[in-house]
Design a protein around this ligand. Structure first.
Ligand code: NI
Length: 265
């Protein structure tokens, strides 16, 4: 698999469940923008065979290199990001839920999902967009949701991109993230206001905003329910004191960005 094939496969799968992303992409293209992505983000459980390292394998196979690690105590997540030596390619941000920090109920439900994985599932070359490999009831989803929105999201959607992120530095018709956000609101999109519309500051070297996730019909074992799926993110980066552009992430900002798929509004 080549880099572009991999990114195309991720994008196709993502827009299928995130209609707003293609609408925003088209809107920006119509203004003459050429869109490049800052990063793509994936989610998983910290369970054997489907850990961060497993999801990363198809990216590492085509040249992405592991960078920094992060921890999100409140949400019980750990994460790492990868960067590609070729300029203009998105970073890959993968997080996983620390199951040991979850209640026995959540641990039991997740163990039941993971037990359904076919042998060798974690070695699939298409693991990052392989979808939901387990059966789950709406009641189980609701039990997970009561404790961890993230746990519930992974149960419902499985393995797919949670969000793409537009590289705002590469846009030519918006002076800053505030202008882009205003344009999106003016065109009817709802942005995630948890922690303010823009997370981070120029001093943090990273400003981020995101839409509220689209809601789509998800077929659970027992019934179909409309729940938040994926969102679109926007990132503006600033240089470090060294003059080099900052490529990492800001945990306090990412913590609020995670809430873009929050069903409890
Ligand atoms: Ni992100």
């Amino acid at each position: 698999m080549k880099v572009q094939q991999l990114l195309d496969a991720l994008w196709r799968d993502y827009v299928a469940s995130t209609p707003q992303a293609s609408a925003i992409h088209d809107l920006l293209s119509a203004r003459g923008e050429i869109i490049t992505n800052d990063h793509v983000a994936l989610r998983t459980y910290g369970a054997p065979g489907i850990r961060i390292a497993d999801l990363a394998r198809p990216f590492e196979a085509v040249g992405w290199q592991a960078k920094d690690d992060y921890r999100f105590d409140d949400k019980h997540l750990v994460a790492r990001y990868w960067q590609h030596p070729e300029p203009g390619l998105p970073k890959v941000f993968i997080s996983e839920l620390v199951l040991a920090e979850m209640s026995p109920v959540v641990q039991q439900i997740v163990a039941g999902l993971v037990a359904q994985l076919p042998a060798g599932f974690g070695e699939r070359a298409d693991l990052p967009w392989s979808g939901r490999p387990w059966r789950v009831t709406h009641a189980q989803y609701a039990q997970l949701l009561a404790e961890s929105e993230y746990a519930a999201w992974v149960a419902a959607f499985g393995f797919r991109v949670n969000h793409f992120t537009v590289d705002v530095n590469a846009l030519s018709t918006f002076p800053d993230l505030t202008a882009l956000d205003a344009f999106l609101v003016e065109h009817g999109f709802t942005l995630n206001e948890a922690g303010g519309m823009i997370k981070g500051t120029p001093q943090d070297c990273l400003e981020q905003s995101s839409t509220r996730a689209d809601s789509i019909d998800v077929a659970f074992d027992d019934r179909t329910v409309r729940i938040p799926s994926c969102y679109y993110e926007f990132a503006k980066r600033y240089p470090l004191p060294s003059g080099e552009l900052f490529h990492g992430f800001v945990p306090t900002s990412a913590d609020k960005i995670f809430e873009s798929t929050d069903a409890k509004r």
